[in-house]
Design a protein around this ligand. Structure first.
Ligand SMILES: Nc1ncnc2c1ncn2[C@@H]1O[C@H](COP(=O)(O)OP(=O)(O)OP(=O)(O)O)[C@@H](O)[C@H]1O
Length: 641
């Protein structure tokens, strides 16, 4: 058995090789983070042992030493050792954790790196480098580990120069846990100083709920020697779980570093909320909104959720039951006094305590965003640019909080005509005309297509604001958003046009109707002929007031899906083809010319041209573009004659 498991050399997964190379360059200016990363792993390992030890007390192996991390260094040998007595790793675990990257989307992520150090630094931070950051300062890394519960003979030693290969062999290791030995590169001697290491520990890892220990040092400067060669271990950090402390005792920087530890992020969070809930249920939450989206935010199988503790004992990472999908960017900790310590993911699935806490966490996360939007709108727009697309899933997913989520949405609008999504629905309502009772929006595949759409002409002419929607998810979102604060949403490309005359002197509906009927009378035959010609393509044809510049546009019925939605579903493989309504601008010369056209062939050609250009201008594709171009050229030639 053991013979099969002797020393072997293995290659890193290709992605690890690429990542190592990039990371060492990109993070060199911030190299001290290696210690935070290795301490973080040791702390996670202690958390896991505490949890697994609840149902397997033998994992503690009768050892009464408290869980802790030890850091030692040796100036002569130029090594730093980071040791923990946590869960440790089996041989299989070492192979899968320290030679591969299991995160999905890694290759796409690596392809996105540019070679530009500043940009890549950010991206790599988002990715989370973890253990491999040891190679920033170490020429060789040795890991000695043994999983709790296995025999001393099942210890494992892993070694690598970070150059593409590692060796792995079984060793005798009497204590459980993991020891990481870093053989420093030349020039990295600054880390062989107790003061320096202590400073890094207190800067980055003060808040970790596990003692981080170093040998006590006192140095006589005059004598130039150690005063206390028989060194005692002493705790360097505060070693209390940050969320368990009163808010008043926690400094901003401690909140920030704690975030980096739990979220594996390199950047400070945008905002956070630390709350203790007391009453029928008791729990503490510490919720963070990151400043930057992680690289895999849209990976379907990405892990998400909060770190769950029960009475300070770590239970699981990524407890997704506490957050709906549209808040998957929220990171943090929840510590419950009511859940049992042996709680499993299955129990979390349907549990009233969990439901109550989830309700609170959702509300608190949304109110945190609301507070940010009110107090610092620029910062909020920064959040929106990173996570807006995810929040847009909210109205469909969370019926109960639809209004609150809607208030957090931001849109582009004809108010500014720029692509940046910066207008809230409340701002729109404030700017509405006195008698206006609908929120108008225009959705298209791109900002330019929406912004230049003929559907907006009359709104622009009458100075009525329209929200511009151009993200892929928007149509789907709008299908779940019918109204906000009593105001209905109305697509400007859907249904008959409302009366947009909101002034006091607006004509009465009766007078208006009469006028329209008169106009229609003159166009009746023309419309019937067009309908007959285009009957394969359109459901109906009618006159419109929607247009002030263009001759024609297409719209869909109130209860029909919009053309953009139709295209979306078609691209997803659905076989649908809906017939739109063609609307004509009776004031336009081309439409008037059509009305007068006596030549049947020309009438037919012009009808097709009007329809085709209406399709084009709302971002659609022509079934037969070549014929359109041919007919269009003929028309131009006719005009030129
Ligand atoms: N000291 C340790 N004790 C036990 N397992 C460890 C230890 N260090 C690393 N591991 C294992 O190796 C895995 C990979 O570690 P690594 O630091 O690369 O990534 P991570 O901590 O999972 O996430 P991130 O890359 O975001 O930091 C860990 O998830 C853990 O399973």
């Amino acid at each position: 058995m053991m013979a099969e498991q002797t020393k072997e050399t293995r290659g890193f997964q290709t992605e690890v090789k690429q990542l190592l190379h990039l990371m060492i360059n990109a993070l060199y200016s911030n190299k001290e983070i290696f210690l935070r990363e290795l301490i973080s792993n040791g702390s996670d390992a202690a958390d896991k042992l505490r949890f697994e030890g609840i149902s397997n007390p033998e994992y503690f192996e009768g050892d009464s030493n408290p869980l802790a991390i030890q850091i030692e260094f040796d100036k002569e040998k130029k090594i730093i050792v980071i040791r923990d007595n946590g869960i440790g790793m089996s041989r299989e675990e070492v192979i899968s954790h320290l030679g591969t990257i299991a995160k999905s989307g890694t290759q796409e992520f690596l392809n996105n790196l540019t070679g530009d150090q500043v940009k890549d630094n950010h991206l790599i931070g988002q990715f989370g480098v973890g253990f491999y950051s040891a190679f920033i300062i170490a020429k060789k890394v040795i890991v000695k580990t043994r999983r709790a519960g296995l025999t001393a003979e099942e210890g494992v030693q892993w070694e690598s120069f970070g150059d593409g290969e590692y060796t792995i062999e079984n060793i005798h290791k009497s204590t459980r846990g993991t020891e990481v030995i870093l053989e420093l590169k030349d020039g990295e001697e600054e880390f062989l100083e107790g003061m320096r290491l202590r400073h890094i520990v207190t800067t980055y890892s003060d808040h970790i709920g596990l003692p981080i220990m170093m040998k006590a040092e006192s140095y006589d400067d005059d004598e130039k020697k150690e005063i206390n060669p028989e060194k005692e271990w002493e705790t360097v950090n505060k070693a209390t779980a940050l969320w368990a402390l009163p808010k008043s005792e926690i400094e901003e920087s401690a909140y920030q570093e704690f975030y980096k530890h739990i979220a594996h992020d390199f950047e400070n969070p945008l905002v956070w909320a630390h709350n203790k809930v007391e009453g029928r249920l008791e729990y503490t939450t510490l919720l963070y909104i990151p400043a930057r989206a992680p690289f895999d935010l849209y990976q379907p199988n990405r892990t998400r959720g909060l770190k769950l503790y029960v009475k300070r004992v770590f239970i699981i990472d990524d407890a997704e039951q506490f957050l709906p999908r549209y808040l998957r960017f929220v990171r943090g900790v929840i510590d419950s006094n009511d859940l049992p310590l042996n709680v499993s993911r299955e129990i979390l699935q349907s549990n009233r305590v969990v439901d109550a806490m989830r309700g609170y966490i959702v509300k608190r996360s949304l109110s945190l965003l609301e507070e940010l939007a009110k107090s610092d709108s620029d910062k909020y727009l920064g959040f929106w640019s990173q996570f807006g697309l995810v929040l847009k899933e909210g109205p469909a997913e969370d019926f109960a909080n639809k209004e609150l989520v809607s208030s957090l949405l931001r849109f582009a609008s004809t108010h500014t005509d720029v692509e940046k999504q910066q207008h809230s629905l409340d701002e729109y309502i404030e700017r509405m005309k006195p008698n206006q009772d609908k929120i108008y929006y225009m959705a298209a595949d791109t900002f330019n297509a929406a912004c230049h759409s003929p559907h907006l002409e009359v709104f622009r002419a009458k100075n009525i604001e329209v929200l511009i929607l151009y993200d892929r998810i928007d149509e789907w979102m709008m299908s779940h958003l019918t109204e906000y604060k009593g105001k209905k949403f109305q697509s400007v490309a859907q249904g008959a046009l409302d009366s947009l005359d909101f002034s006091e002197e607006a004509k009465s509906p009766e007078a208006k109707k009469e006028e329209q009927e008169k106009q229609l009378e003159g166009f009746k035959d023309t419309l019937e002929k067009i309908k007959e010609i285009l009957k394969e393509k359109i459901k109906d044809v009618r006159l419109t007031e929607r247009l002030t510049i263009s001759p024609a546009c297409i719209v869909v019925d109130e209860d029909q899906m919009t053309s953009q939605m139709e295209r979306l579903l078609r691209s997803a493989g659905q076989d649908i083809k809906l017939k739109p309504i063609l609307e004509l601008n009776p004031q336009h010369l081309l439409v008037q010319r059509l009305k007068e056209e006596g030549n049947q062939e020309h009438f037919k050609d012009l009808s097709y041209i009007l329809y085709d250009q209406a399709v084009l201008s709302e971002g659609g594709q022509l079934e037969d573009p070549a014929t359109f171009v041919k007919k269009f050229n003929e028309l131009l030639l006719n005009v030129a004659k």
